[in-house]
Design a protein. Sequence first.
Length: 396
Amino acid sequence: MRRKIAIFISILGILFFGLGAVFLSVRQEKNRNGVINESKLKAQEAQLKPTPTLQTVSLLEGNSASTIQITHTVRSGETLSVIALNYDVNSEEIVLINSLENPDMLDVGQELIIPGVRPTVTPDPSKIISNELSVPIVKKPTNVIVNGLSEASFIIMPENVRQHALKIFKKGQDIGRDQYAFSIVGDSTTEIPFFLARFDNGPYELGEYEYLESVISNFKGSYSRDSVAVRVGLHSYTLFDPIWADKTVCLPNEGVFACEIRLHNPSIIILRLGSNDVGVSELFDESMRQAVQYAIDNGVIPIIGTKADRFEGSNQNNEILRSIATDFQIPLWDFDLVAGTIDGRGLDVDNVHMTTYYPHDYTQPEAFQRGHSMHNLTALMMLDTIWKEVILTAKG
C-alpha cells in the first residue's frame, strides 16, 4: 500500500515540477550589469561545462588583482553572449581580442581567448602544510565565521562522527573508491550550474575563505559533473526506483542512487533532498535511512544536508535529517541554520528554489544574502572538513 501511495505522490511530484518550470521563468539573478532572467541563464548555462585550456597568455594588472587570459573551445550550441556570461566578461572584449569579424558566427571547435579572468589564488607559502598529494593544503583559520555563525554550528562532525567517517572511507579505499571524487544526490535545488559548478569553471573570489582553494583543487571535476542522481522532482523514495534512472547509462533495475555511485565511484556523496517529500514524513525517514545505509555499505561517506525551505508546511523534514545524521553518526551540513541568516531564507518567489548570485565574489556583502552563493560556500566548507579531518588523516 505504501509503495502505491509513493507512486501516486511521485506522479503528483512530476506534475508539480512541470508547473515549477513556470516559477523558474520569473526567477531573476543580478549580475554586475543589472538584472537578467535566470531561467534563460539556466537554460543557456546548462549547455555549458566549459573545459578551458588554462594557458598563461599574459597577466593583466587591474585595480584590485591580476587577471589572466585563457582559451575556450567553442562547443555546439554556444553563442558569444553565453560564453561571455559564463566567464563574467564583456562580449565586446572577446570580439576585440580575437578580431572576430562576425561574432554571430562561431565554429564548433574554434578557440577563443577569454581576457580578464582571475587566476586561481596562490596560497601563502607560510600557510602550506607539507603533504604527499600534489594539492597544497592550506590551514583552516581557527575561528571561521559565516553571517555571524561559527562554522562548527552548521558543519557538524564531532569526534565520533569523524571516526565513523574514517572507517567508511577506509572501507571504500579497500574496494577502490576514488578519494578525489564526490557525488551529489538531489532535486532541482542542486542542479548545474547553480550548485557548486562554479568551483570547477570559475570565475569566483573566495576572499577570506581562500583556504578552501585546496579542497577545490582536490575534487576538481566533481563540482560541475552532471550527476545522474540529480533530477528535477526527485524524492527520497524514488532514489532506488529504476523509472527515474537514465537508461542510456544505468543498468536495468538500477536506480539513480546506485547508478551514480557505480558511474562516478566517489568517496563522498552529498544527499540534499526533502523539498519534494511533502506529506510523507515516515516514508521520507525510511527512504533516507535506506540511502545512507547503502552508501555506508558501499564505502562512501554520506553527507546529510538540510534545506532552506519549509515546503512541507513545517521544519519536519530537516528535523528528520538531523536525527538520521545523529543515529548513523555521519556528517551533517546544516544549511537550514545558515538560511536563517539570509533575507527571506535565501528563497526565491516560489519559496523552494534559492536566489542566485552569479559573481560568487565573497568579498562582496551581497554574496552573503543570496541563497545559492551561501549554499555553495557552506557545502564547500563541509567537503573541506571531511577532506582534511578524514581523508588526509587516513592517508597519514
